[in-house]
Structures are given as C-alpha cells and as structure tokens.
Design a protein around this ligand. Structure first.
Ligand SMILES: C[S@@+](CC[C@H](N)C(=O)[O-])C[C@H]1O[C@@H](n2cnc3c(N)ncnc32)[C@H](O)[C@@H]1O
Length: 260
C-alpha cells in the first residue's frame, strides 16, 4: 500500500485545518469539563496508561502533539520518572493558554513548554525526540499520512510513537450500546455543555469513520514504523497504538526545521 492509498483509507467528513483550530479555540473553556463528563472520568486512566508504553530509556525528551490543555503531557510526567523534558504542540492557542496555567499550577513550568504548531509541518529538527505522543488528536488531523511521516522524522532512531485514539468495541453488544451513546447522547450533552452544536456532532462522526485496529496499524507501517502494536482499552472504546522508528533507519525523508 502506498502512502496515498493509506491516506485515502482515512476519507471522512473533513473540516479544514483552520476550521479545526477555530472549533477548539471556541470550546477550549469547557473542554476539560466535557471530557470528564462524557467519558465518566475514564479518559484520565487512559492517558495515564500511555506512560507504561514509553521506551525503557531514562532522561527522555518527549513531544506531545495536539496537546490541547496539556492533560497527556502532564500525565506522562506524573506517572513516570523516565521523562525529563517535554514540548506540547497544538494548533489552537486558546487550548494552550489553559494548558500553560495547569502546568504552572502543578509545578512543571521548568520542564514542559507549550508551542503553537501543526503536526503536518512540525517545527522541530530531525531525530529530536525519544518519544512522540498524541492523544485524541490524530482523528482531527486533515492529512494523517503526512502527520505520521512528520512524527517519524522528529523521532530519534529507536524512538517510539504512542497514539491514543477512540476506536469501536469488538463485542457486538457493547458496540451497539456505544454507537447509541455516540449518536444520540454525546452530541446532545456536548452541545449543551459547550454551546457549540457542530463540535460534538463532528466528534461522533470522526470516531465512527476513522480507521482503527489493524487498519490504523497499517497506516503506521506505511509511514515506516516497526514493532507496531495495538492495545485496546475499556472493551475497545479507545486504543493505544505504538510503533518504533528502527535503529538503522537511514536519514529522515524531510529536511531539518529548527524550533521557532
Ligand atoms: C480532542 S483534542 C485533544 C487534546 C489533548 N491531547 C487531550 O488528550 O485532551 C484535539 C486537539 O488536536 C488539535 N489539532 C488538530 N489538528 C491539529 C494539527 N494539524 N496539528 C496540531 N494540533 C492539532 C486541536 O487543536 C485540539 O486541541
């Protein structure tokens, strides 16, 4: 499968990058509360679990993409001492503003910084990070293949990408109940809580149409990752995907871009 064929597998309702940025800026103040309510708090344990799949080395420098209000990058620092410094990157400045306050309150300002940036053009050098994480973000990226290629480029050889994303449960019974929740409950509660009728309808549409399980593992392999694994969580409602940049992977495909 070529990267273009892989990208075509991700056809789904696609707002532009600008629309995605505006949407998350709009809902930023209610985002954390709605996350807790809509997942009944389970999202916290999913983000914590990501830390278990980090590479085994110490003193890691980590990039958290689509970092939003910084919950994922904070969970990594709070769950393990393998991480010593981190950068969170997101399109939406208003999400980052909330994240910065949270980082300061929890005493991590010295080691975590947040920057505006786009995953399809990461403003960082080749081979800069030991691990790249992205939670509930890849589904929102308009060019998934390019995003995965960029994650590969900024990882050190032997580094690991970890992707936490919604998926659909394997059991027919649980899947039916979950689809009912996605189609009828989530958009109503989301609209009521955020005041934005579009954002939570978009959420359910992207969850139902985004590739998951083996289909998503194949996208990671096409981007060059090896040792690809999927770890389903809570009956498969979400999944953590991992993939390694091989030790002997030659030079990265794209050119160097220093962080600005
Ligand atoms: C559902 S939120 C997830 C936030 C956070 N990772 C979490 O776990 O709560 C998705 C985030 O992806 C960001 N995003 C969407 N497309 C992006 C892109 N191309 N580059 C960087 N961030 C992007 C949005 O601005 C939004 O903050």
């Amino acid at each position: 499968m070529t990267l273009d064929e892989a990208k075509n597998q991700c056809r789904r309702p696609e707002p532009s990058q600008n629309e995605v940025r505006q949407m998350f800026n709009r809902i930023s103040r209610r985002y954390d509360l709605l996350n807790r309510v809509l997942s009944l708090g389970v999202d916290i344990s999913w983000r914590r679990k990501m830390a278990r799949f980090l590479p085994s080395r110490d003193d890691q420098h980590v990039l958290d993409i689509a970092t939003g209000t910084a919950d994922q990058i904070l969970a990594l620092f709070e769950q393990t001492d393998k991480v010593s410094s981190g950068i969170g990157m997101d399109l939406a400045e208003k999400m980052l503003e909330i994240g910065r306050k949270k980082i300061e309150r929890r005493g991590f300002s010295e080691v975590i910084s947040l920057k505006v940036g786009d995953v399809t053009e990461i403003p960082a050098d080749n081979e800069a990070f030991d691990a790249v994480t992205i939670s509930f973000g890849i589904r929102n990226v308009t060019n998934v293949g390019k995003g995965l290629e960029e994650m590969y480029r900024v990882l050190k050889p032997g580094g690991r990408v970890l992707i936490l994303e919604f998926s659909l449960p394997w059991s027919r019974l649980v899947r039916g109940a979950h689809l009912f929740y996605l189609r009828h409950i989530l958009p109503r509660v989301g609209t009521w809580g955020s005041g934005d009728p579009h954002a939570y309808r978009y959420l359910n549409e992207t969850i139902e149409t985004f590739p998951y399980g083996e289909a998503f593992c194949n996208l990671l392999r096409v981007a060059g990752f090896t040792a690809v694994e999927a770890h389903p969580l809570t009956f498969g409602v979400a999944t953590i995907y991992q993939g390694d940049r091989p030790m002997k992977s030659g030079t990265a495909r794209a050119s160097r871009r220093a962080w600005i």
